[in-house]
Each structure stands twice: as C-alpha cells, then as structure tokens.
Ligand binder design. Structure first.
Ligand code: 7TS
Length: 411
C-alpha cells in the first residue's frame, strides 16, 4: 500500500475530496464509474483555455500551432503509456464505448462475413457486447460466449469456442463488476494461433495497472480518460498500424480527408483518418496531464496499493453477516472493485443509506446484465477504489454497512 504520508499528499491534489456529503466527510468509492480529478489536470485544461485555445491542424498562426503541438504531444504521452509503436496507432475518441464502436463499424463492416464467429465473454460491459450483437446480426455471423465460473472467473473450458471460424475475440481485461483480472495475454495467444484478432476492453485496467500492448499483443485496446483522472469526453482506441491501414474510416467529414473531389475523396494519414471533425483538444491535454500524474506515482505502485486495499476490504467486510461478495477471493487476480449484496436489501437502498453516511458507491446492474443473470440477482452494490483511497475509507464503508443493517433490522 502507498504509505499514509503519500496518500495524504495525493489527497490534497484532489480538491473535491475536501467537501462534505450529508454533513459527513466525503468517501468516494465509485472510481469504476469515473474518477476524481487532481488540480494538475484542472489547471492544464484551464491554462489551455486561458492561454492558447484554438482549433487544431488547420491554422498557421501561433495559437493554432501551440494548440496543435499540445494535442499531438498528448498523443505521444499515450504511445509511451501503453507502449504502442507510434502515434499512428493512437486514435482519440470520446470514450471506451466509442472506441469499440469504431472497431465494430469500421473493421467489422469490412471484415466480418456470414458464418464468421465473434467471441466475447459473459462478463462484458454492455459497451463491449451490444456493438457485437448488432454486427453479428447484420452480417449473419455467430456471437459466442465464454462463460463465468461461480468464483467469477472466465470459464477456461469455453476457450475452445475460439476456433478457425473466429475472426474476433473481444474481451474485458478487468471486469467492472467482479473485479476479475483476465489473462488477456494467454487469450490473445490462443486467438492469434487460430487467426482471430483480439480487442481488449481496457476501461478498468489501463487506469489501474501497467498495460503494455506489445506484451499483450492485442490488436485493439479501448479505454476512457475519465476513469484515469482525466476529463470526460476523451478516450483512446489503440490499434495496430497495419490493421488501421486496411480499415475504412468510421466517421467522415472534415480533417479525415487528403483529397476531395465531387464524387470521390481520399483519406488522411493515420491516425487522423479516424478523427473526423474538431477533436476534443482540452480532453487530450487533460488526459496527458493525468497520465503524467499517474506515471509520477507509478502504475506498479497504484496496482500494489489497490491490491492491498482489496485484501484489507475483503478481510474486514467478511465479518458482516449476510454480506455476499461476488468475484475472486484472491487479490492477485482482482482489481480494486468489490461488488456485493447485503441480505435481501436492494442494492439501491444500501447505496442510499451509505450516501447518508457520506460513502458514495454505485448500485444497479453496472451495465453488465449478463453478470447479474449469472449470479441470479437484479442488482449489486459496488465499491471501487483508486490511488486516493485508504484504510479509513474502508473503515467508513464497514461502519456504513453496519448502519444499513441496523436501519433494516438485520442482526
Ligand atoms: N468497459 C468497461 C469494462 C467499463 O467498466 C466501462 C464503464 C466501459 C467499458 C464504458 O466506458 P465509457 O467511458 O465509454 O462509458 N463502466 C462503468 C461502470 O462500471 N460504472 O459506470 C461506468
């Protein structure tokens, strides 16, 4: 775990953590939904608007050049962060959802044919499910599922669903509900041996642990800036260069063209071929600043910190009678996410009582209805951690759950 002094310094960087909620100290435990922003990120965005705001890639005047340079520098920060080969492989999008849709629409429309197979898992966020449902229906391709074990891991027996007919395996790196860290390297190896491409949904991994696209060897990686201290409305699609070259554009219009004639046009170089229209410049600048912040602490340290928090939380919460925790027990294979139900109390009621105690958690199906189906529940409550959470936050969660039990008369 990061030491207490370090956490106190980190906490000071997040102005929102000073506020109170319902006259209680704010305990923010919904980091899987979105994270809070440090002053460094807020300042970087403010500086952009106060000092060098302009549209990018088109102006030859100073402000436009400075804005373009900052936007493109931000892209380089991402290349380095996930160990991509070059800036050509990094496409700025709105979020992980848009990144996955880009692949489904641009790559999928061209390369998926009748009778092909797309393999996903039952633990996918809807963002990595619905695009493949639509594509497979449209193309008369077959959608197949890797199931989930009782423990909340991928059912490895289903890996044999990846076969020679499979064109794509789209899989989450870390489950936003169960916290399970999937062995994406191994899955990629299996898929590649059979000639399938692999899309990794990194929305819950890239913010929390070192993620290296060369090591995984995935063909696509999608993630969102707002889940890693960056602003909303900016996300990233990484894709291997040779694949991006073969793919048609997704959105079309300004910025993504090279030559335009009356009836035909040609496409811009990578990565701009996939960035139609005015991009989210402030978002890219804010995300790059967020990455610098994370790198300064160290992704290995962040992972170790969350692992320690999960271990502590699993052990502490285990003495609350009636509390059912979903997902793997082993913190080695679990990210900083703990989903649970308390007796027969609806998850929304649990979250409301916790809110009265200042503890902010999410409740519901977490956009992963197939996980709810597996565990036969309509909803779960979920606490999710990040680098600014500490032992005290877990204590607050623990006490608030005991208050909930009292309110509902559970012993
Ligand atoms: N994939 C995973 C694994 C996610 O957890 C999420 C968001 C997404 C994709 C979509 O990200 P977006 O930024 O495009 O919306 N997950 C959650 C969550 O767990 N609670 O709120 C959003």
């Amino acid at each position: 775990m990061l030491d207490k002094q370090r956490i106190q310094i980190i906490k000071k960087d997040f102005p929102i953590l000073n506020r109170e909620v319902n006259e209680k100290k704010l305990v923010y435990l919904d980091n899987a939904a979105t994270t809070q922003k440090p002053i460094q990120v807020i300042e970087a965005i403010r500086k952009y608007y106060e000092y060098y705001n302009a549209n990018v890639h088109r102006g030859v005047y100073t402000l436009a050049e400075e804005a373009t340079a900052a936007y493109e520098e931000s892209r380089k920060e991402i290349v380095d962060f996930i160990n991509a080969n070059s800036y050509e492989e990094i496409i700025f999008v709105r979020n992980a959802t848009e990144a996955i849709n880009l692949v489904a629409y641009a790559w999928g429309r061209k390369f998926i044919k009748e009778g092909d197979k797309i393999v996903v898992s039952q633990m996918e966020h809807h963002s990595n499910l619905i695009p493949w449902q639509i594509l497979s229906r449209e193309k008369k391709a077959k959608l197949e599922f890797i199931g989930i074990t009782e423990e909340g891991k991928l059912n490895e027996e289903d890996f044999n669903k990846i076969d020679k007919k499979t064109k794509l395996v789209a899989i989450t790196h870390v489950s936003n509900v169960l916290g399970t860290i999937n062995r994406v390297e191994e899955i990629t190896k299996i898929a590649h041996e059979l000639g399938a491409l692999v899309l990794v949904d990194g929305a819950q991994s890239v913010p929390h642990m070192p993620v290296d696209v060369k090591k995984i060897d995935c063909d696509f990686l999608a993630f969102s800036g707002h889940k890693m201290l960056g602003p909303m409305g900016i996300g990233v699609l990484f894709a291997k260069r040779e694949i991006l070259e073969e793919m048609p554009p997704f959105l079309t219009g300004g910025e993504m063209i090279k030559n335009v004639d009356f009836y035909e046009s040609t496409w811009n170089d990578l990565p701009w071929k996939y960035e139609a229209g005015t991009p989210n410049v402030e978002g890219a600048i804010g995300l790059a600043e967020a990455i610098r912040y994370l790198k300064n602490i160290g992704m290995e340290n962040i992972r170790a910190h969350e692992k320690a928090l999960v271990k502590l939380a699993l052990s502490k919460l285990s003495d609350i009678k009636g509390l059912v925790i979903y997902g793997p027990k082993d913190p080695e294979i679990r990210g900083g996410v703990i989903s649970f139900n308390l007796g027969n109390i609806h998850a929304h009621d649990v979250a409301s009582i916790l809110d009265q105690e200042g503890v902010q958690i999410r409740a519901g199906h977490h956009c992963a209805k197939l996980v709810m189906k597996k565990f036969n529940v309509p909803a779960m409550a979920r606490a999710s951690f990040y680098l600014y959470n500490d032992e005290e936050d877990i204590d607050a969660l623990y006490s608030a759950l005991n208050v909930t039990k009292k309110v509902f008369g559970l012993d």
